[in-house]
Design a protein around this ligand. Sequence first.
Ligand SMILES: Nc1ncnc2c1ncn2[C@@H]1O[C@H](COP(=O)(O)OP(=O)(O)O)[C@@H](O)[C@H]1O
Ligand SMILES: [Mg+2]
Length: 286
Amino acid sequence: MTDFTFITYGGLPDLDPDDALAANELRARGFSVAVAVWNDTRVRWDTAGICVLRSTWDYHLDVDVFLSWAESVAAVTTLVNPLPLVRWNVRKTYLAELELHGVPTVPTRWLSQGTRVDLRRLLAESGWSAAVVKPVVGLATYGVEVVDGSEAGQAHLSQLLDRGDAMLQPYVDSVRDRGERALVFLDGHFSHAVRKAPFQVLAPAGLAGETPCEATPEEIDVARRALHLVPGSPLYARVDLVADDAGRPLVLEMELVEPSLFLGMHAPAAGRFAQALARVGRKGCP
Ligand SMILES: Nc1ncnc2c1ncn2[C@@H]1O[C@H](COP(=O)(O)OP(=O)(O)O)[C@@H](O)[C@H]1O
Ligand SMILES: [Mg+2]
C-alpha cells in the first residue's frame, strides 16, 4: 500500500517536475509517493493510497469517461480534490453560478450542442466586435479561438457545437497587457500568484511564459468570494482572473481538477501543499 499516488496523463507519465516538488516534500516527511497515469488499466486504485489529481491533461477529450473513472477511484480511496469538486469544475457552466451569486465573471453566452448559431448575429446582439469561443469542457486553450463575424469563426463555432456545448465571451484586452493572473490557494489559504501568457498552450508549469507576480487585495478578495461558492473545501485551487476596462478583476476560470500550481515559483508552496496532504494522510479524508 502506497501512502499517496500523484495522478498524471499519458503525455507526461513521469509527472510535471513542478508537482514532483510536492511529492518530494511528502517523501521527506516519511510518506511513500507513487505516480500513475489516470487511464492506465493496470493500476490498482484500492492500494494507491490518497490519490492526488495533478496533470490529467487529456480528460476533456472524453469527460464522461474521466468522471466515471474519478467516481470509481473515489469509491475505493480518498480522491483529492474530492469528487463533488471535480464534477462541479469540469464544465465551465460554474461561471454562471458564480455570476448569479454576485462574483464578477467574464460575461458569457451559453450555446448548446447541436444548435445552429449565427455568430454574426450573436455578436451584434451582444455588442461585441471581437469575441472568444471555447468549448464548455476544455483545458489548455483547447478549442479556444478569437472570432469576429467572419466565415472562419462561424465554421469553428459550428464545429465545436457539433461535438459539445460551447460558450462565447467578449475578447478581454487585459490578457495581453496586464496579463491573466492565476491565484493559487493551498488548503484554503492564498499562497501565490502567477502571470500567464495569453492563449498559452499545454506545457509543464513555467514553460509557457508564466512569471511570478503580486496579486492585488481586490484580486484576492474576488478569488476568495468565488472559492466560497464551490461545493466543498479544495486542498488546492487556482482562480484565473482578467481585468475589465476599468481594471476590476473578473473570474475567467476556476481550476480545481488539474491546474499547474507553479509550486517552484514560490519557495514555501511545495511544503505547504505537502503539509496539507500529510494532514489528509493522517486523518484519511480531506
Ligand atoms: N474572453 C477572453 N478574452 C481574451 N482571452 C481569452 C478569453 N477567454 C480565454 N482567453 C485566452 O484563452 C486562454 C484559455 O482560455 P480559458 O478560459 O482559460 O480556458 P482553458 O484554460 O480551460 O482552455 C486564456 O488563458 C486566455 O489567454
Ligand atoms: Mg485557462
